[in-house]
Design a binder for this molecule. Structure first.
Ligand SMILES: Cc1cc2nc3c(=O)[nH]c(=O)nc-3n(C[C@H](O)[C@H](O)[C@H](O)COP(=O)(O)OP(=O)(O)OC[C@H]3O[C@@H](n4cnc5c(N)ncnc54)[C@H](O)[C@@H]3O)c2cc1C
Length: 394
């Protein structure tokens, strides 16, 4: 079984002063500190545990452009280049490889969405290819299932989450940065309203600039400074599995599972699209900011399909289907909600209503379709249409 996290030895002495303090040694903190060190900015990184010891060593490891929103795609493309460049320039091993990501599905609508995304992606130079049913079934042979189709995003890749953050931290030290482990930042001192120091478990560092990269802890740290940083923490489980004689793809996802090669004969196995929210005080504090997001893509595992958005319009409960197009066809986007899709949404709506308190079940229900057209070169929505009451119960 591959080691879950590469051990890393940091610095022992706390500098009295520096230009920038980065709080948090996950992938965001180490990458930010590395960028500063490359620009010759004296930087100290404080990590309360070990480098990469939290979320950054527990993810799928996908470095992905596939299915990205048009607005984040340029950033994802740049990130892939940076992963490649980092390995070549630093000599450190993050396990990054452009092995391609492999998706399969039996859902016609999902396959059609991927095909449309592929058209858009190719128009901006991103390589991705739809797979026929035979190709998807052959490549996904280990599932023992027949697949209607799939997609292979050739230029995407994976890195090893157990290696990545420690590798970047090593490169940071080589450039003269300071990395302190077991050194929680407790608070920030100000003088005349400006940051003047960071108070840590190991002592105080004088600085004028602090970058908070504390992952799931960022919100509570900011709150003690009077800074509101809405954050919702979700919990998901992934497993490291040894695959024995079974030959598995490097990176595979279906509606129910994802599998990613992690190195040394070991894969990461995760249940796709399932995350749990713990109703903690922290969650409740910002619940109103995030509830609309959690109500998106509502599913009942026993039924097919999902509801894109559930929202209240006054006392009317709206079941909203969102359709996106990269160009305006003769057939408008909302026409994609055919009678089959309407039946699916009605079934899901009934199931959703059964879970509501009795009083809410009496609400008027409206089925809306939002059509979004992304026609401009920067893929910003050029036109949005809301068709209220696009169809009814019958
Ligand atoms: C199931 C799952 C799968 C994912 N898959 C992918 C994927 O395939 N590809 C992808 O790119 N992303 C993926 N992600 C997202 C990715 O894991 C996160 O975006 C990323 O790890 C966040 O990094 P981070 O540095 O912000 O946080 P973290 O890794 O959590 O690092 C924050 C660090 O800050 C430290 N810290 C906090 N408070 C303090 C303090 N006061 N003083 C000192 N240190 C402190 C913590 O100890 C921690 O080490 C996935 C996420 C999940 C949940």
């Amino acid at each position: 079984m591959a080691r879950p996290l590469d051990p890393f030895t940091g610095d022992a002495a706390l500098p009295a002063r520096t230009r920038v303090v980065v709080i948090g040694g996950g992938i965001i903190g180490v990458a930010t500190a590395l960028e500063l060190a490359e620009r010759g900015v004296p930087t100290v990184l404080c990590e309360k545990g070990v480098i990469g010891g939290e979320q950054s060593s527990r993810n799928w490891g996908w470095c992905r452009q596939q299915n990205r929103d048009a607005r984040e795609l340029p950033l994802a493309t740049k990130a892939l280049d940076l992963w490649e460049q980092f390995g070549a320039e630093s000599g450190e091993n993050t396990g990054f490889r452009r092995c391609g990501l492999f998706y399969v599905s039996n859902n016609d609508e999902e396959l059609a969405t991927w095909a449309r995304w592929g058209e858009f992606a190719r128009s901006v130079g991103v390589k991705t290819r739809m797979l026929t049913g035979d190709e998807a079934t052959e490549r996904g042979g280990f599932t023992g299932q027949r697949w209607k189709g799939g997609v292979h995003s050739q230029a995407d890749g994976i890195a090893n989450p157990g290696l990545a953050a420690p590798a970047v931290a090593k490169a940071l030290i080589a450039l003269g940065g300071t990395v302190l482990q077991g050194c929680a930042a407790r608070g920030i001192e100000t003088t005349g309203g400006a940051v003047s120091a960071v108070v840590t478990e190991m002592g105080t560092i004088r600085t004028r600039l602090v970058i908070q990269a504390g992952g799931a802890w960022a919100s509570s740290f900011c709150r003690q400074l009077g800074v509101s940083f809405p954050q919702a923490t979700v919990r998901q489980t992934i497993l490291a599995v040894s695959t024995g004689a079974l030959t598995l793809p490097d990176a595979f996802v279906s509606k129910s599972i994802s599998i990613t090669y992690r190195g040394e004969g070991c894969h990461t196995l995760a249940i796709s699209g399932r995350a749990k929210v713990d109703p903690t005080l922290q969650f409740l504090r910002y619940a109103l900011d995030f509830l609309p997001m959690f109500a998106r893509r509502w599913r009942n595992p026993k039924l097919r399909g999902d509801i894109d958005l559930i929202a209240w319009h006054g006392t009317t409960l709206c079941i909203v289907e969102v359709k996106t197009r990269t160009r305006r066809d003769l057939v408008p986007a909302e026409m994609a909600v055919d009678s089959d899709k309407q039946d699916t949404l009605r079934q899901l709506a009934r199931s959703y209503l059964r879970r509501l308190p009795a009083a809410a079940r009496e609400a008027t229900i409206r089925f809306d379709v939002v059509s979004i057209y992304l026609e401009s070169p920067n893929a910003k929505p050029s036109h949005i249409e809301l068709n209220q009451g696009a169809f009814g119960w019958a």
